[in-house]
Design a protein around this ligand. Structure first.
Ligand code: THU
Length: 160
């Protein structure tokens, strides 16, 4: 009887370790799939960039909590200051369709170096207080929005 209980306990522990490994690797794999898939979508979106003046193309793909992807590209204007970045186009497209929960964004560009979101886009991406993941093409690190804009303009500043 005692031996049986010892064996049973050992088997339960093995089983728990097995479940832990399965969960760990599936989460890790899903994470990698998200990055690759999002970057692929961002590269497709880059093709639509309207960057007549800078000749610099940017593409972004924003992932919602529900798993949908909203893409954007930079859209320039003859009145240069009216240009809008790819990240904000993706974000505004999603918000205009009533999406409010985001988990990650991938950014790519026609440049040879990694393209990080500009300050204005960082502020916009922090709007819903979600610490979303940022995947920057040509840079293997995963960034967090809180890390890219640690002192964002917040409700606190408004005294709310
Ligand atoms: N651009 C983006 O689309 N995203 C950024 O985060 C940085 C800059 C665009 C704006 C403009 O069309 C071009 O890149 C050059 O500044």
């Amino acid at each position: 009887m005692f031996n049986f209980i010892v064996r049973l306990t050992r088997n339960i522990i093995y089983f728990e370790q097995f479940l832990f490994l399965i969960t760990y690797f599936s989460l890790k794999m899903n994470h990698e799939i998200d990055r690759d898939l999002l970057l692929k979508e961002a590269r497709k979106a880059l093709e639509n960039a309207y960057s007549k003046y800078s000749k610099f193309k940017v593409g972004a793909a924003l992932l919602t909590k529900e798993g949908e992807i909203y893409t954007g590209c930079n859209i320039e204007n003859l009145s240069y200051g009216l240009t809008i970045c790819a990240e904000r186009v993706a974000f505004f497209k999603a918000v205009s369709e009533n999406k409010r929960n985001f988990v990650a964004i991938a950014i790519t560009s026609s440049g040879n170096e990694p393209t990080f979101p500009c300050g204005a886009c960082r502020q916009v991406l922090s709007e819903f207080h979600q610490n979303i993941e940022i995947f920057v093409d040509k840079d293997p690190k995963t960034y967090r929005i809180s890390e890219l804009i640690p002192y964002s303009f917040s409700e606190k500043s408004l005294g709310n």
